[in-house]
Design a binder for this molecule. Structure first.
Ligand code: SF4
Ligand code: MG
Length: 311
């Protein structure tokens, strides 16, 4: 069956006056199927949020295409009028900024319902109270204001508002990174079960592999605008192949309580406006060898873009 979301050779550019365009997403292909959870991981500055915004039609593609349910995704101007895309809903990082502090929670969810359906009633007849219950809050929460809730509860409210549109694809852009540790796994697990139970797809973006590995069916690792490794979560976890994936895994806290291992990575993600030549990872790669600074590896069938695995 055709994937719910298909991203093909996507390039997204930022324009700054007096500078050449920055390719924040520099040729990415990615699929999400109905009922599937795909975890997109990588450090900040790798283009994950830009990819998410493009998928939701909030930022235009310079090259390539994004297809949702057979429809090509268009940027915002058109998206507002395109009912096909109400089925794509985004949950943002900041549960404080994404809710209006002066409106009751129930009214804000009702707004979500109206935006999605053009009526006061959700497509499946669900009320704001029903949606709050679905995300693990009480129906009475509808009468209260956002500031009466914790960060984790606010994120549940934002998820309830997204559910008002009965999304077939949920996109979470670092939806847990502003939450405290105890709320992180709860909210991530909630998003997974809501998506899977309703047959929706979930693109879950995070820099925290230790959470992503618990909820994602597949993982895609992004570095400086490119996917460098992708595969079933269990396989990537058991046998990471790209040196960047290995470094990310080395930074994950161990379940035996041994604490956070130091990342092996020297330096920061380079400026995407001036990506390194050849393999974009070569200045930080512990396994770089002759030619890595000249030849850019492509993602091969096995799901890794690294010259160590070239055929
Ligand atoms: Fe490292 Fe070379 Fe592989 Fe890039 S292509 S990840 S520099 S070994
Ligand atoms: Mg981001």
């Amino acid at each position: 069956t055709a994937p719910l979301l298909s991203v093909d050779d996507l390039v997204v550019q930022y324009h700054r006056p007096g500078a050449s365009p920055t390719r924040a997403v520099a040729g990415v292909s990615l699929q999400v199927r109905a009922g599937e959870v795909v975890g997109l991981v990588g450090e900040s500055g790798c283009g994950k949020s830009t990819l998410a915004r493009a998928v939701c039609g909030l930022t235009p593609a310079a090259e390539g295409r994004i297809t949702y349910d057979g429809t090509q995704v268009r940027p915002l101007r058109v998206r507002r009028r395109d009912p096909a895309l109400t089925g794509v809903q985004m949950v943002f990082q900041d549960p404080y900024g994404s809710l209006n502090p002066r409106r009751r929670v129930g009214a804000q969810i009702a707004d979500g319902i109206r935006t999605a359906t053009g009526r006061g009633e959700a497509a499946d007849g669900a009320t704001p109270e029903d949606l709050l219950t679905r995300v693990g809050l009480s129906a009475e929460a509808a009468e209260r204001y956002p500031q009466e809730f914790s960060g984790g509860q606010r994120q549940r409210i934002a998820i309830a508002r997204a559910l008002a549109a009965r999304p077939r694809l949920l996109v979470g852009d670092e939806p847990i990174s502003a939450l405290d540790a105890s709320a992180q796994l709860q909210v991530a697990t909630l998003m997974r079960s809501l998506a899977v139970e309703s047959g929706a797809g979930l693109l879950f973006i995070s820099h925290d592999l230790s959470v992503v590995r618990l909820i994602a069916d597949r993982i895609a690792v992004m570095y400086l605008g490119r996917i460098v490794e992708t595969g079933p979560t269990a396989e990537v976890w058991a046998d990471p192949r790209h040196p960047y994936t290995r470094a990310l895994l080395a930074a994950v806290p161990k379940p035996d309580g041994a604490g956070v291992l130091p990342a092996e990575l020297p330096g920061d993600v380079p400026d995407p406006a001036e990506p390194p030549t050849g393999c974009r990872f070569h200045p930080r790669c512990p396994q770089a060898f002759d030619g890595c600074d000249r030849e850019e590896p492509q993602l091969i069938a096995g799901g890794v873009a690294c010259r160590l695995y070239a055929a």
